[in-house]
Design a protein. Sequence first.
Length: 134
Amino acid sequence: MTTVTHATMHHDHKQWLSENDLWRCNISSWQEELRKAEAGLREIESALKEHEQSLQTHAAAIRLREQDLRAHEHALAEYERGETGAELISLAQAHDKEAAKHKQQGEAHERIKRHHHNVIAHVRLLQKSFTEAI
């Protein structure tokens, strides 16, 4: 058994109390950071909802383009069968514009895809950091 002097015990107590003060100060700072992080998460949640809306808008735009393409294809098939194909002339004149629209939609799709993959990767990293043991 070791003999601990009163002076050693007083020194240890002062040291420990000093460390406790530091730890409480750390915790106070962490709590403030946590409040700010929670506010940031609310902003992230709002941004995720906006992202979901942009995905729905993009999907709707793709569906509308599909309808236009199918109508054009139908008019082309009518013309080839010898039917009137009255819309074909105007559709043929607009074909270059349609090609440009399709290209723009493809470029938008790629931008949305990159953004989406980036967002999901960051969310997964955040989720993983919370599921790992402390």
